[in-house]
Design a protein around this ligand. Structure first.
Ligand SMILES: CC(C)(COP(=O)(O)OP(=O)(O)OC[C@H]1O[C@@H](n2cnc3c(N)ncnc32)[C@H](O)[C@@H]1OP(=O)(O)O)[C@@H](O)C(=O)NCCC(=O)NCCS
Length: 160
């Protein structure tokens, strides 16, 4: 297994982080549950392999809850996504959060399986939530992964 280090995001990572966010999310802004996040300004964790960022998680702690705003692995199947999800528990616990939660979209069948295998449970399906998201970020596609209509948000959580 290739070795990598998981560490908190640093100021000097920001330029690379911006490039990753634009590549993976088409913009620095991410809209979840009707809230627009300036993702490049959020705290986060990175997976660093051979000096390169190979995974990025950003999060937001608000009202005693820790939301994973984005999670991207640039080297899948090596444990990076899992390790980043584990890492975010530390700041969440330190802030007194009772849960780590996140939103994924109805087309992301891989992520739905991935999260559930890591102890996340489905909390809610927010039907047509993407219609609200598109008002804040009109570039959001109408067609998602594998040609599935991109429509709903699915909320998952792992209690701490
Ligand atoms: C979802 C995502 C973050 C997972 O990241 P990842 O780095 O591939 O995650 P992991 O490597 O920890 O786990 C993926 C699989 O690899 C397997 N794996 C982990 N380490 C492994 C190893 N050393 N050898 C072989 N397989 C391994 C895991 O068992 C896992 O399979 P499983 O889910 O069937 O149990 C990644 O696919 C991704 O970036 N997707 C696109 C963006 C996205 O959808 N983000 C989430 C929605 S917001």
């Amino acid at each position: 297994m290739a070795e990598y280090e998981i560490r908190a995001l640093r100021a000097e990572d920001r330029e690379r982080v911006r490039a990753i966010l634009i590549e993976r999310w088409t913009a620095l802004q991410i809209v979840n549950h009707g809230q627009l996040y300036q993702a490049d300004e959020l705290p986060g964790f990175v997976a660093v392999q051979h000096g390169e960022i190979r995974g990025l998680l950003t999060y937001s702690i608000e009202a005693g809850q820790c939301e994973v705003v984005s999670l991207d692995s640039l080297a899948e199947g090596q444990g990076i996504g899992t390790a980043l999800l584990t890492a975010v528990e530390e700041p969440a616990r330190a802030a007194g959060c009772r849960r780590v939660w996140l939103i994924t979209t109805n087309d992301n069948l891989h992520a739905l399986g991935f999260y559930q295998k890591r102890g996340f449970v489905l909390v809610a399906v927010h039907r047509d939530a993407l219609a609200v998201s598109r008002r804040l970020k009109p570039s959001i596609s109408f067609i998602g992964i594998g040609g599935i209509p991109l429509r709903d948000e699915i909320e998952l959580e792992r209690t701490l």
